[in-house]
Design a protein around this ligand. Structure first.
Ligand code: PAF
Length: 290
């Protein structure tokens, strides 16, 4: 079975490491600090203590499977730190939201592929750094540039985990997640509200409606939103099914961490440069949350 190293001991990294350890899927949770430690995780009513190893304690070239669970803004720095520990043909995957870090990845590791994972899992870290699992959701992983069938390293490890699926249309999955993140996350962060509070009497509220109406034509033109249903209905469904959740961007904002706005609406604005769409709501959100 493939041994995974998970770099980034935040909420999502801890959740994935915990599930792998419970499923006897070989895995080591890593952080880049000097010494090894442990983290606490609350899974329903059960508390687990997760061992977190220091990246620096690893032997050179000893990582064959690397899952980067940092946010988009820290992904390339984390990759650079991991470089001496990667074997020549290591598989590399990441869970970060957003777009716009692909170029920087290729500059660090020319010619290598970055597998992407998009997840509907929800977890958060509280003020005492305890990670709470809200739901496992569905995690889709694949290669954006190819529709290859599941490789052995997926079938013999990640496939064992509940809710993990190999995605042969990863480009589509990323575009879909990006579009949803662009309309829910910045609004919840700016309004400091839970996902469900973007709704009014169960239907989309005015802010969500306006942002979807402004963003969807551009997302369509960029080939990022290509689903049959309109973006507003899809975003409304996500807000209904995750009503009690704080979006990842709201969590970052409340914790004083940098948000992913540059890799979501900021990236959308960059890609809009060749088009003539008016995007005042996106511009205002990027200025407010950058
Ligand atoms: O980033 C997030 O928080 C989630 O992906 C979602 C469901 C879009 C908002 O909570």
């Amino acid at each position: 079975m493939s041994q995974w190293h998970i770099l980034g001991a935040g909420a999502i990294g801890s959740l994935i490491a915990h599930r792998m350890m419970q499923s006897n899927c070989a895995c080591t949770l890593l952080h880049h600090h000097q010494s090894s430690s442990s983290g606490l995780l609350l899974d329903g009513k059960t508390t687990a203590r997760l061992p977190i190893q220091s990246l620096r304690a690893l032997a050179p070239a000893s990582i064959d499977r690397l899952l980067l669970t940092t946010k988009a803004g820290q992904l390339v720095d984390a990759l650079k730190l991991a470089l001496p520990y990667l074997s020549d043909d290591a598989v590399i995957a990441c869970t970060a939201n957003g777009l716009g870090f692909e170029q920087a990845f290729s500059e660090v590791l020319p010619g290598r592929s970055l597998h992407r994972a998009t997840s509907t899992a929800a977890a958060f870290r509280d003020h005492d750094a305890v990670v709470h699992i809200v739901s496992d959701g569905i995690t889709r992983i694949g290669l954006p540039e190819s529709s290859a069938s599941p490789p052995t390293w997926f079938s013999d490890s990640l496939a064992i985990l509940d809710g993990w699926r190999w995605e042969s249309n990863m480009q589509g999955a990323i575009g879909e997640k990006f579009s949803i993140n662009c309309v829910i996350n910045p609004l919840t962060a700016q309004l400091e509200c839970r996902n469900g509070e973007l709704l009014q009497s169960g239907a989309a509220g005015p802010e969500l409606t306006a942002l979807c109406e402004e963003s969807e034509p551009l997302l369509n033109a960029l080939g990022l939103w290509s689903r049959q249903s309109d973006l507003l209905s899809a975003a409304t469904n996500v807000c209904q099914s995750t009503a009690q959740n704080q979006s990842s961007m709201l969590q970052d904002r409340l914790a004083g961490r940098p948000t992913e706005i540059d890799f979501l609406n900021g990236e959308l604005l960059r890609r809009a440069e060749n088009f003539e769409f008016e995007l005042p709501l996106n511009q205002a959100l990027v200025s407010a949350l950058r």
